[in-house]
Design a protein around this ligand. Structure first.
Ligand code: CA
Length: 224
C-alpha cells in the first residue's frame, strides 16, 4: 500500500512517515498543496492523509478538486481545527475519515485498516481465499492450519491481489502500490515476476487450487 502524507508541519509528517513505514506502508510526502496536488494527479495512492491548514491552500479545496477529478485514493483529513463544520464539509466532500490533532499514530493506522475493510467489504482482518486465510493485521498466511512463510514483498503482493480479487492488476500498478516506485516501461518489471513465481510456488505446495492467474502480457489476477 502506498500513502501520500500531506502535512506542512515537518516533525509531524516525519513521525507519520517513520511510523507508517514500519507498518509496511510506502510513504510519500508533500509539504504544500501544490506539490500534493501534482503528486495526487501523477500517482495512484491507496491513502492520502490530508492536513487542512496548508501554507498555500485549504486542504478542503484540495479534497474537492481531487474528488472532482475522480481520484480513487482513500482520504483521511487531519486537522487541528475542531470546528464541527469543517468535519462535516470534509465528510460531505468525500473524505473517508477525519482525525483531530493531536492524534496517536496507532489510532491513525487502525483507522486506515478500518477504511480498507470497509472499502473491500471485509468483516474482519482475516481474508479467506479458497483454502488460504490471509491475516492482514498479523501479516500471516495459513492454509488448512499450516502456516506459510512468506517474505515481506510476497505477503504484500498476495494481500494486494486478494484485496482486489477478480481484477487484473498490471505490473505497473503492483510496482507503484507495493514498491512505491513508478515504472517508465513494463520491461523493467521482471522482478515482480520473480516474486510472483516464488509466491506461487509456496502457495501451490499447500493446495492444488489454481486461483492465482497470470494474465499474459498484462499482469496478475486472484480469482475468488
Ligand atoms: Ca498545517
Amino acid at each position: 500500500m502506498n500513502v501520500l502524507i500531506v502535512e506542512d508541519e515537518r516533525s509531524l509528517s516525519h513521525e507519520m512517515e517513520i511510523y507508517l513505514s514500519r507498518q509496511n506502508l510506502n510513504c510519500d510526502v508533500a509539504f504544500n498543496g501544490k506539490s500534493a496536488s501534482d503528486k495526487i494527479h501523477a500517482n495512484s495512492y491507496d491513502f492520502v492523509l490530508l492536513d487542512l491548514g496548508l501554507p498555500d491552500m485549504d486542504g478542503l479545496d484540495l479534497l474537492r478538486e481531487s474528488k472532482k477529478a475522480g481520484i480513487e485514493s482513500a482520504f483521511i483529513v487531519l486537522t487541528a481545527r475542531s470546528e464541527v463544520e469543517d468535519k462535516i464539509t470534509g465528510l460531505d466532500l468525500g473524505a473517508d475519515d477525519y482525525i483531530a490533532k493531536p492524534f496517536s499514530l496507532a489510532e491513525l493506522h487502525s483507522r486506515m485498516q478500518a477504511i480498507l475493510r470497509r472499502k473491500h467489504g471485509l468483516k474482519s482482518n482475516v481474508m479467506s481465499v479458497h483454502d488460504f486465510d490471509i491475516d492482514i493485521q498479523n501479516r500471516t498466511v495459513h492454509c488448512k492450519g499450516n502456516s506459510i512463510n512468506l517474505t515481506k514483498k510476497e505477503f504484500d503482493l498476495l494481500h494486494y491481489l486478494a484485496l482486489h480479487k477478480n481484477r487484473v492488476l498490471t505490473r505497473i500498478q503492483l510496482t507503484e502500490h507495493i514498491w512505491g516506485d513508478v515504472l517508465e516501461d513494463d520491461y523493467e518489471s521482471n522482478y515482480i515476476d520473480v516474486h510472483v513465481k516464488n509466491l506461487r510456488k509456496k502457495l501451490s505446495a499447500q493446495s492444488s487450487v489454481d486461483w492465482f492467474e497470470t494474465v499474459r502480457g498484462v499482469g496478475y489476477r486472484v480469482n475468488a
